[in-house]
Design a protein around this ligand. Structure first.
Ligand code: AMP
Length: 289
């Protein structure tokens, strides 16, 4: 595995790759890697000739400075994990490499309501920062395929919109959520959960599954209310539990209102914020590629 810290060095390497007619797959991450991340890397390696993984904790997408400071950083272990699977290149840039003085990296795109609901309502500015860094990284790596996880469902929706608005040549590949044995969606933040909250956190996927198995019997709104109540009673501070149209991210009134329906939730487990989601109905598999 090659490790690059400088944009210029990575690009020099990737020019050779491109001259050889090889395809490039890209997996952007913020590090503190787990098997969810590795599933993306494995998928990229199976579909492209050269897999580039980036580790960059992007300051512009953190609306909460403390969250940025506390974000787990485990580069040594990350390198070991990536070396054990088929990763071609690891890119670990500094903030100055991604946002050099004099380079305007701001993005003038309009995501409309896609960016203001759900996560957008609770993390103002988050998606602007996320889109900015993904765009900058795509500009550097110029991959044929971009591999991202369904775990961050709204992020995917926004990246898809960005690629469409820019008529970008990179194809987005969506990878399923990898979960712990008890159902908890893998996340870099899980390692910061207290043992009590780690045990309780199984409730998120349990409620999502319960909602999924009851879509023929109840109304979306009453299910969301029930889920918020159950999460609160279990000691979480839920920010939202919403059942939405998977394309527009707007809440639905009836399960017959859309062909692609997703339930999404965000909760505070002590001072750790967890997100999870589940597709409840998916008429056209192609939507998630
Ligand atoms: P992050 O490092 O949290 O920014 O995540 C980097 C990429 O890994 C994003 O595309 C995430 O959606 C994806 N990812 C994170 N957790 C999981 C998971 N449990 N299963 C699959 N993909 C994941």
């Amino acid at each position: 595995m090659f490790l690059f810290k400088k944009v210029a060095d990575l690009q020099q390497y990737l020019q050779k790759v491109s001259k050889e007619g090889k395809t490039v797959g890209f997996v952007p991450t913020m590090g503190a890697l787990h098997h969810g991340h590795l599933s993306l890397v494995n998928r990229a390696s199976s579909e492209t000739d050269c897999t580039v993984v980036s580790i960059f904790v992007n300051p512009t997408q953190f609306n909460d400075k403390k969250d940025l400071e506390k974000y787990p950083r485990t580069l040594g272990t990350d390198i070991e994990m990536l070396s054990s699977i088929q990763t071609t290149v690891l890119f670990v840039p500094s903030v100055e490499e991604i946002y050099p003085k004099g380079l305007d990296t701001t993005l003038d795109l309009n995501f409309g309501q896609l960016a203001t609901v759900l996560e957008g309502a609770f993390r103002p500015g988050h998606f602007d920062g996320m889109a900015q860094v993904v765009h900058r990284l795509l500009d550097i790596v110029k991959p044929d395929r971009l591999f991202m996880g369904q775990k961050d469902f709204q992020q995917l929706t926004i990246v898809r919109s960005m690629l469409k608005q820019l008529n970008h040549k990179t194809a987005l590949v969506v990878c399923p959520i990898i979960r712990e044995k008890d159902g908890l969606a893998m996340s870099s933040r899980n390692r910061r959960l207290t043992p009590v909250y780690r045990k309780k956190a199984v409730l998120l996927s349990q409620i999502l599954s319960k909602v999924k198995s009851n879509i023929d019997n109840r109304r979306p709104e009453s299910m969301s209310k029930m889920a918020m109540k159950t999460l609160t009673e279990a000691g979480f501070r839920p920010e939202y539990f919403e059942i939405v149209d998977g394309i527009t991210l707007q809440p639905i009134q009836h399960f017959s209102d859309a062909t692609f329906i997703v339930a999404l939730t965000a909760v505070w487990a002590g001072d750790i914020r967890l997100i999870d989601n589940m597709i409840l109905k998916e008429a056209q598999k192609a939507v998630l590629a």
